[in-house]
Write a protein that binds this ligand. Structure first.
Ligand SMILES: *[C@@H]1O[C@H](CO)[C@@H](O)[C@H](O)[C@H]1NC(C)=O
Length: 474
C-alpha cells in the first residue's frame, strides 16, 4: 500500500499549521511521501514553491520516469479518501494520478540544474497540506525546496504568512503578556508587604511568572514577525531561551511546592531531590527536541521521532512532579491520624489534595484537552486552542499563587521541632527506597493512598500514552 500509515502518522502529529517561509534540504531520500507544510488559506491564498539542485537516482533504470515524482496539495479529508481507496485497489497506482488530489507539478517539468518556481493559488479557501510523492520504485531524490504560503489581506494585498485561524496569535500572546506583567507587579507588591512571611519559594514563584511573561512576549514578537515577513528574525531564539527557563522553573516550582519546601520544612528529602534531578535534565532534553521540531519541519527524516521523544519526555516530567505531592499527602494523612495536632494537619492535607487535583487537571488540560481541541476545531478557529491553553495556565498560576501566597503568621504553615525531627528520621529510612519506589509505585501505593488518587493518576497516564501512541499504532 502507498505509505498510508506514514501519512496518517504525520497528520496525527501535525495538529497545527506551521506557516512561514521554509527551506528544506532533501538528500538521497527514498521516502515515498514527504510532508512539507500545512496551511489554512483564505480566499486570497498564495503558494510559491521553488526547487533547485534536483537529482533523482533510480536503481535498474537508465531513464527514470520523472512523471512519477511530484508535488501535490490535498485536504485531510481527501487524503483519507485516497488512502481508503488505494487500500481497496489491487493494482497499485501512483497517488499523483489520483483525481481527488491536486497534483501541482511533476519533476518532468523541472529542468535539472535550473531553479524552478511555481506560483499558484489553492483551489478554494481551506486547509491544505503540501506533499511530495515518489512513486518510482527503488529511487532516491535530492533537492532544495523553498516553500512560502500566505494569504493576501486587506485592500493593499499585504501578505500574511500566518495561516487563517492563527493570524490572531500575536495579539493573543501579547494580551497574556500584559496580564502576566500585571500579575508579577501584584506578586512583588504582596511580597514586599508581607516581607516577614516571604519564603524562598515565593521568590522562585515570582521568577517563574517573570519568565512566563517574557516567553509570551518573545512568542508574540516572533509570531508578528512571521506574520509580516515569513521569517522569525531571531525572535525564535528568545522564544526558546525563555521557554526553556520557564519550563525548568515551572516544574521546579511544582515539585518544591509539592514537597512543602521552605514553608512546611526548610529542607528537601533525598527522594525529593532525586525527583528534581530527574525532571530538570528531562526538561533540557524536551526543550532541545522541541527546538529541533520547530526549526526543521515535517519534511525532515527524523521529525516524527523527535516529536515522539518530546511528548515522551514531557509526559515523564508531568508524572514525576506528581510524586512529591502524593508523598506530602501521604505524610500529612499519617500525621493526622497519629499525632495530637489532627485539626492542623487536616487543613494542610486539604490544601495539598486540592493542589494535587489542580496540578493533575492543569497537566491533563494543557496536554490532552488542548490537543483534542486542535484536532476538532475548524482551521479557521485554530487560535481557540491556544486561548484555551493560556487560560488554563493562567488559572493554574492564579490558583497556586493565591493558595500559597505569603500570609501573615499562618499557624498551619509553621513546623515545630518535633515534626521536623520526624521527617528527618523518615528521610533516612526511605533513602534507598526511591529506585524501587518508581517500579512498584502502582502496586504498593494503591493501599496507602486510597483508590481515588491512584485511579486518577492511572487515567491521566493512560490517556497521555494513548496520545503518544495514536500516531505510531494506526
Ligand atoms: C517566489 O519565490 C522566489 C524566491 O524563491 C521569488 O524569486 C519569486 O519572486 C517568488 N514569486 C512570487 C510571485 O512571489
Amino acid at each position: 500500500m502507498f505509505a498510508g500509515s506514514v501519512i496518517l502518522v504525520l497528520l496525527a502529529v501535525v495538529p497545527c499549521c506551521l506557516g512561514e517561509i521554509r527551506q528544506s534540504e532533501i538528500r538521497d531520500d527514498s521516502r515515498q511521501i514527504i510532508m512539507f507544510e500545512k496551511f489554512g488559506f483564505d480566499r486570497n491564498g498564495k503558494i510559491n514553491i521553488t526547487i533547485k539542485n534536483v537529482n533523482v537516482v533510480a536503481k535498474d533504470q537508465l531513464e527514470p520516469d520523472m512523471d512519477l515524482l511530484g508535488f501535490f496539495l490535498t485536504t485531510e479529508e481527501d487524503l483519507l479518501a485516497v488512502l481508503v481507496e488505494s487500500e481497496e485497489q489491487i493494482l497499485e497506482t501512483c497517488v499523483l494520478k489520483n483525481s481527488q488530489i491536486r497534483t501541482l507539478f511533476t519533476l518532468k517539468e523541472v529542468v535539472r540544474s535550473e531553479t524552478f518556481t511555481r506560483f499558484l493559488s489553492p483551489p478554494d479557501a481551506n486547509e491544505y497540506t503540501l506533499f511530495f510523492a515518489n512513486c518510482l520504485s527503488k529511487s532516491v531524490v535530492s533537492m532544495d525546496v523553498r516553500t512560502a504560503m500566505y494569504n493576501l489581506e486587506g485592500r493593499t494585498n499585504t501578505p500574511d504568512y500566518l495561516p487563517a485561524g492563527q493570524t490572531q496569535l500575536p495579539r493573543l500572546f501579547f494580551s497574556f503578556f500584559v496580564i502576566y506583567t500585571v500579575l508579577l507587579g501584584v506578586w512583588i507588591y504582596v511580597c514586599i508587604k508581607q516581607r516577614d512571611t516571604v519564603h524562598r519559594i515565593h521568590i522562585l514563584m515570582g521568577i517563574l511568572v517573570f519568565f512566563k511573561a517574557l516567553n509570551l512576549l518573545a512568542e508574540a514578537t516572533e509570531k508578528s514577525y512571521i506574520k509580516k515577513t515569513g521569517l522569525a528574525h531571531g525572535w525564535d531564539i528568545a522564544f526558546y531561551v525563555f521557554g526553556f527557563l520557564r519550563g525548568v522553573m515551572l516544574f521546579t516550582v511544582i515539585v518544591l511546592i509539592g514537597t512543602g519546601w521552605s514553608f512546611l520544612k526548610p529542607f528537601l528529602q533525598d527522594k525529593e531531590k532525586k525527583v528534581l534531578m530527574v525532571v530538570i535534565p528531562l526538561q533540557v532534553f524536551a526543550n532541545v527536541a522541541s527546538i529541533v521540531i520547530d526549526e526543521t519541519g515535517p519534511s525532515t527524516k527524523d521529525w516524527f521521532t523527535w516529536k515522539q521523544v518530546f511528548l515522551l519526555l514531557d509526559i515523564i516530567c508531568c508524572c514525576a512532579v506528581l510524586f512529591p505531592i502524593v508523598w506530602s499527602i501521604k505524610h500529612l494523612r499519617e500525621a493526622s491520624h497519629t499525632d495530637g495536632k489532627a485539626a492542623r494537619n487536616v487543613v494542610k492535607l486539604t490544601l495539598f489534595r486540592h493542589y494535587y487535583i489542580v496540578v493533575v487537571s492543569y497537566i491533563y488540560f494543557t496536554r490532552i484537552v488542548v490537543f483534542a481541541l486542535t484536532t476538532v476545531t475548524v482551521y479557521h478557529y485554530r487560535w481557540t486552542s491556544d486561548l484555551a491553553e493560556e487560560l488554563a495556565s493562567l488559572a493554574f498560576y492564579l490558583f497556586t499563587g493565591y493558595k500559597f501566597r505569603p500570609v501573615v503568621h499562618n499557624p498551619y504553615f509553621v513546623l515545630d521541632d518535633e515534626e521536623e525531627q520526624e521527617i528527618l528520621t523518615q528521610d533516612q529510612l526511605k533513602d534507598d527506597e526511591f529506585d524501587l519506589y518508581l517500579g512498584d509505585w502502582f502496586r504498593s501505593r494503591s493501599e496507602d493512598l486510597g483508590a481515588g488518587y491512584h485511579d486518577e493518576l492511572l487515567k491521566v497516564m493512560a490517556s497521555i500514552f494513548l496520545r503518544v501512541n495514536r500516531g505510531s499504532r494506526i
